[in-house]
Design a protein around this ligand. Structure first.
Ligand code: BES
Ligand code: MN
Ligand code: ZN
Length: 497
């Protein structure tokens, strides 16, 4: 993650390897010729040069369009990068969609600059919302995966925003930097290969990461999990030589305004277990701990920002493998809290670790619980890269969706229809862990709802689609782990602050 600052020096004089300038689309179609966005304060000669270049290259200003130019007159930076940010209206405060376009456009430009050491990005306006969006885009775009064992990455080293340097803007930049740092950690965890990241090493990484922060870590090993009655987690993890864990990260400021619990699915590799997945279905399954990684990132960011909110993250960590000790379809396990569950398909493992963690989280009666999980293929089919939000309380679900929209993470509400509850009935246990073929995303959510303590508002985020980008990089998303979910959880905590 790059070092992020803001300065009100002139764009032309800012010393940098590259100067990023936003260009806006003429209209929504993006068919017309683009124009330089405001806020740059460049000399007239430079502006007329850039204006004719934009016309000659027929640039449209579409979000994600990135054009690098050398030898631009009267600019200190060796390279000028034109970043399309879509149709930014300059006469009114930009709405959530426009701000997200700014994040994506700036993110794509900074991401494309790879190893450049110093990058300057001109803020296309003066509002703190715009400063914030540019800072977010730059922080999220300046990421490159750390290759296993390698000491450096291929990301931009430092980004200077050129714009208003008042205290509100500086605060927005600090926030973006803290969140960018957390998202980078989440992405790194997701990108680590599963032979290196398994429950024990996941906990080691957390222990290392919380050093010097106000976050505390507690973890349950296999013995403690058995003693604590975490039968769902033990059942999923028992087929692997790498034992499961539950990690609890907590941040407890004095006199908090609210207490929130985050629960994350942390399957460090999902082979499907005895109900083994086909080879292709396993290709991305190192990402099945992305929910737990997002929870870790969010708790760290909230502590770093010093929000007056108590947060506890419960990470359900296990490796789902087939073996002679693996759990079987038809096994009945006793979950934390005493409910018995009949396992029908060992590939529906996430809900088993989540059930234990949601029950554990409920024991401290937080003001709300949010779980984050790469839970179902059905979510991907239904919504692709838009996460699904379910829950037991419409007002709380709306609050989560508002936080998501504010930070620019795509999420959509989904129901938990009562009439699907009978599909979870079992003659051998209190409940079966899966329903029929229909509404697989919803019945998974209904199963989880059974472990939420009475009266606690709860939301369930199914992020199976957006957690991992196995296609080309886009906007501020790299290939691989996206860090999806971190920013919504932080935004939700901010909504209580
Ligand atoms: N980890 C998968 C869900 C998943 C699929 C995440 C694709 C990301 C991308 C989950 O554990 C799973 O296997 N779910 C099954 C449940 C089924 C057996 C009830 C599914 O969705 O097919
Ligand atoms: Mn599975
Ligand atoms: Zn899974």
């Amino acid at each position: 993650m790059a070092n992020l600052t803001i300065s009100n020096r002139s764009a032309a004089d800012t010393a940098a390897d590259a100067l990023v300038l936003a260009i806006v689309a003429a209209d929504q179609t993006g068919d017309g010729t683009a124009a330089l966005a405001p806020g740059h304060d460049l000399p007239r000669k430079t502006v007329s040069h850039l204006t004719s270049v934009i016309a000659d290259l027929e640039l449209a200003g579409k979000v994600g369009e990135v054009t690098s130019l050398a030898a631009v007159p009267d600019v200190s930076a060796r390279l000028v990068v034109l970043a399309g940010i879509g149709e930014l209206k300059t006469d009114s405060t930009p709405d959530a969609t426009a701000l997200e376009d700014v994040r994506k456009g700036v993110g794509a430009a900074v991401r494309s600059l790879g190893k450049k050491q110093q990058v300057a990005v001109v803020v296309p306006g003066t509002s703190v919302e715009l400063v914030s969006a540019v800072a977010d885009g730059a922080a999220l775009g300046a990421y490159a995966v750390s290759k296993a064992g390698a000491t450096s990455t291929d990301a931009v080293e430092s980004v200077t925003l050129v714009g208003p340097a008042d205290s509100a803007s500086r605060k927005a930049v600090k926030r973006a930097a803290a969140i960018g740092e957390a998202v980078a950690y989440t992405r790194d965890l997701v990108n680590l290969p599963p032979n290196l990241l398994y429950p024990e090493t996941f906990v080691d990484s957390l222990a290392e990461r919380i050093k010097g922060t106000k976050v505390k870590l507690k973890s349950y090993d296999m013995k403690a999990l058995r003693a604590g009655g975490f039968g769902g987690t033990v059942g999923v993890g028992q087929g692997s030589v790498n034992d499961p864990r539950i990690a609890v990260l907590s941040y407890a400021p004095s006199r908090p305004k609210a207490s929130i619990a985050f629960v994350g699915k942390g399957i460090t590799f999902d082979s499907g277990g005895l109900c083994i997945k086909p080879a292709n279905g396993m290709l991305t399954m190192k990402c099945d701990m992305a929910g737990a990684a997002a929870v870790a990132g969010a708790v760290l960011a909230i502590a770093e920002l010093g929000l007056p909110i108590a947060v506890t993250g419960y990470l359900g960590l296990a490796e789902n493998m087939p073996s002679a000790t693996a759990q079987r379809p038809s096994d009945v396990v006793t979950m934390r809290g005493g409910k018995t569950v009949e396992v029908l398909n060992t590939d529906a493992e996430g809900r088993m670790v989540l059930g234990d963690c949601i029950a554990l989280a409920s024991e401290s009666t937080p003001d709300a619980i949010v779980d984050v999980a790469t839970l179902t293929g059905a979510q991907v089919v239904a919504l692709a890269n838009t996460a699904a939000v379910m829950g037991n309380d419409d007002a709380f679900r709306t609050r989560v969706l508002e936080a998501a929209s504010t930070v620019g993470e795509a999420m959509w509400p989904m129901p938990l229809p009562k009439e699907l509850r009978p599909t979870l009935e079992s003659i051998n246990a209190d409940i079966a862990h899966k329903g029929g073929a229909e509404g697989g995303m919803l019945t998974a959510g209904i199963f989880l709802s059974e472990f939420v303590g009475k009266g606690i508002p709860w939301s369930h985020l199914d992020i199976a689609g957006p957690a991992f980008n196995d296609k080309a990089p886009t906007g501020y998303w790299p290939k691989g782990g996206t860090g999806f979910g971190v920013r919504t959880l932080v935004g939700l905590a901010e909504s209580y602050a």
